[in-house]
Design a protein around this ligand. Structure first.
Ligand SMILES: [Mg+2]
Length: 159
């Protein structure tokens, strides 16, 4: 995760909250525990986290499901589930450093190549193999390499 300045965009429907289709009252779904926990951690760390949602796209400001109607609904959801109201936007800017979104597809910069979790796991396994190959030379009776142990534990769920 990027640790620099800037804000993290978090999609609402299907990312931070469950989504199974538009509700008649325009309400937001139940919180997704893992994502809510992640956002709460970021907030504790002082990170700038913003809700990035098409619910406030400015196409129809005044409709019953438009941004003016949606803002208070989203704000209330934030307060109830995150403990504070986060900024809400539908617009990227140059300060946005990450976007967490169930529809977004990660791309490796300047390559056109899709970055997926499985690609990262493959790359990490390659690194582990490399470290493992060096271990006999580095150990010299000093015990298992701690870097290798940490990497092995991190990759265990993907084995
Ligand atoms: Mg979504």
């Amino acid at each position: 995760m990027s640790q620099g300045k800037g804000w993290i965009g978090v999609d609402l429907d299907g990312t931070l909250a469950t989504y199974g289709g538009w509700k008649p009252d325009g309400g937001v779904g139940d919180p997704v525990p893992a994502m809510v926990s992640r956002v709460r951690q970021w907030l504790q760390e002082g990170r700038d986290v913003r809700i990035m949602t098409a619910r406030v796209c400015p196409n129809d400001l005044t409709g019953p499901d438009g941004p003016l109607a949606q803002r208070p609904i989203i704000e209330a959801w934030c307060l109830a589930n995150l403990g504070k109201v986060l900024p809400i936007t539908a617009t990227k800017d140059y300060q946005m450093v990450e976007l967490w979104d169930d529809r977004a597809v990660g791309v490796i910069p300047n390559t056109g190549q899709q970055a997926s979790a499985s690609d990262l796991v493959t790359a990490a396994k390659d690194v582990m193999d490399w470290i493992n190959a060096l271990a006999p030379y580095a150990d010299a009776g000093a015990g298992p390499c701690p870097v290798f142990q940490r990497l092995e534990a991190a990759l265990a769920p993907y084995a």
